[in-house]
Design a protein around this ligand. Structure first.
Ligand code: PGA
Length: 231
């Protein structure tokens, strides 16, 4: 399974080395993709799959404060989270920007991990499929079939991120089946409050190809329990 670890804006310089050393000791046969903040990227040792949490929608050039896909590539980054709900919300990231970021990543040979998911209100109004369709179709337009199957989707219901609340298995299965109808060869992860306690429940869902973990990514000892219970 693919286990992507989204550190978000956590772990200062002096915290990161002990963190990565503990992470290194976690035994697993799963693919761990570590997505630290930009400044910690160069401190990730060999042996981890390296991911970023964001990328510029432009190429290299006069874009102050942005980090280009080719810069990420030069630091060994192989994956990049795109369209996380926190960026869509706080940074007002648009569908068009997300689309451009995916293009830049593929041009540099980096695999996008595209986050999609509905708010609580959208779910209550039965708009889940509509929201996902909009997020997916705008992001994947102009991608080749090969690129579509290479990219990774993370279904992250916004109401579940960092709240401790997860959807029912039936709700997750419904969404995964919808995504896989559109993108039959694409790996789909679940994200949103997945932890060492609810994994025994989530693991019953055969459609899930892996997990995108936020809070749990910061706790290697709990991550170890999660990975043990996953199989
Ligand atoms: P969470 O975050 O696991 O803390 O809910 C997931 C995410 O935002 O990627």
């Amino acid at each position: 399974m693919i286990i992507a670890l989204n550190n978000k804006s956590n772990l200062d310089k002096e915290e990161f080395i002990p963190y990565i050393n503990s992470l290194r000791k976690v035994p697993t046969e799963d693919q761990l993709i570590v997505c630290p903040g930009f400044l910690n990227i160069s401190s990730v040792p060999e042996g981890f799959d390296l991911g970023a949490q964001n990328v510029s929608c432009e190429g290299p050039g006069a874009y102050t404060g942005e980090v280009s896909a080719s810069q990420l590539k030069s630091y060994g980054v192989r994956y990049c989270i795109v369209g996380h709900s926190e960026r869509r919300d706080y940074q007002r990231e648009s569908y068009e920007e997300i689309h451009k970021k995916i293009q830049r990543l593929f041009e540099s040979g980096i695999t996008p991990i595209l986050c999609v998911g509905e708010t609580k209100e959208e779910r209550e109004n039965n708009q889940v499929n509509e929201v996902l369709m909009k997020e997916l179709s705008t992001a994947i337009s102009e991608l080749s079939e090969e690129e579509k199957s290479k990219m990774i989707i993370a279904y992250e219901p916004i109401w579940s991120i960092g709240t401790g609340i997860i959807p029912t298995n039936e709700q997750i299965i419904e969404v995964f089946q919808f995504i896989k109808l559109l993108l039959p060869h694409t790996k789909v992860l679940y994200g949103g409050s997945a932890n060492e306690e609810n994994i025994e429940y989530l693991r019953q869902i055969s459609e899930i190809d892996g997990y995108l973990l936020g809070g749990l990514s910061l706790k290697p000892e709990k991550l170890e329990i999660f990975l043990q219970k996953l199989h």
